[in-house]
Design a protein around this ligand. Structure first.
Ligand SMILES: Nc1ncnc2c1ncn2[C@@H]1O[C@H](COP(=O)(O)OP(=O)(O)OP(=O)(O)O)[C@@H](O)[C@H]1O
Length: 262
């Protein structure tokens, strides 16, 4: 994994195409999502591009998981649009990787670390092309980048929370995803593992990937992310953390009580 901290973020695009950075844009327009009669999201509007990390913040039930699933193409939109690189997003886009909330994963599923990471290659394969040396090289690189080589034959059920998280991120790397959608990736990690994950986020964005993660700990938002998307069913604010992650906006989302904790 290459780190190029000195490169201006806005000119880096993962997978090449730096000169066309404006093409690596994600645009969400007037997004509205409901579960039958329950309106979960309305009026979500933001545009971003590769090389950024976005903290998706909001109180319980604000619609964070719903938004991530919508961006992953896993939920139907009631109205609005999600445009990735100028085209409406489709579920089959292997450029988008989604990491579910820990509680949504069956950790007892019998699969090894390497097996799970290999699954990242499946969206890239077709009936005309089986698993090749090229694929196994990419899997090897992903395992190496996530420091999982020693654990590659271990069952995922026999990993620590931090190791499980790394395995899922390695799968996204093997998928060669441009956009990583992560649902509460810091949950259940101790401080060293959180610091490691935060460092990894900075490497991934320095490589030009776009990262959107739901996040609960208001204290760490500024240190971990470039931008914030604050929602409570509707969008409260979006933009760089210094300008948009303000006491006033947080109070608007959470009510007065949690502001004191900042
Ligand atoms: N499958 C479902 N069927 C019906 N309503 C749902 C479903 N999933 C979520 N909801 C509702 O949609 C709203 C948004 O839920 P969502 O899980 O996206 O919030 P969240 O911000 O991720 O919450 P949390 O911080 O508690 O994880 C809530 O009112 C929730 O009850």
């Amino acid at each position: 994994m290459s780190m190029s901290a000195s490169t201006p973020k806005e000119h880096v695009c993962w997978g090449g195409g730096c000169a066309h950075a404006h093409h690596h844009r994600l645009e969400v327009r007037d997004l509205r999502v409901s579960y039958r009669e329950v309106l979960a999201l309305d009026g979500i509007n933001f545009a971003t591009e590769c090389g950024r990390s976005i903290a998706l913040i909001g109180p319980n039930g604000a619609g964070k998981s719903t938004l991530l699933k919508s961006l992953a193409g896993l939920l139907p939109m009631e109205s609005g649009s999600i445009i990735w690189r100028g085209q409406p997003l489709t579920r089959s886009s292997h450029e988008i990787a989604y990491l579910p909330q820990r509680g949504d994963v069956d950790w007892q599923f019998p699969i090894t670390v390497r097996g799970l990471v290999e699954m990242g290659r499946y969206p890239n394969l077709g009936w005309w092309r089986g698993y090749s040396k090229h694929d196994s090289d990419i899997v090897q690189r992903a395992l190496t980048a996530m420091n999982l080589l020693d654990l590659q034959d271990r069952q995922i059920s026999a990993l620590s929370g931090g190791q499980q998280q790394r395995t899922f991120i390695a799968r996204a790397l093997a998928q060669e995803a441009h956009v990583l959608l992560l649902d509460e990736p810091f949950t259940g990690l101790d401080k060293p593992a959180q610091d490691n994950l935060s460092r990894l986020f900075k490497e991934l964005t320095a490589e030009g990937r776009l990262l959107i993660a739901s996040h609960h700990d208001l204290q760490t938002v500024t240190g971990y992310y470039d931008d914030v998307l604050l929602i409570k069913k509707t969008q409260i604010t979006f933009g760089d953390v210094a300008t948009h992650f303000t006491q006033e906006k947080i109070a608007e989302a959470y009510g007065g009580t949690s502001v004191a904790k900042l």
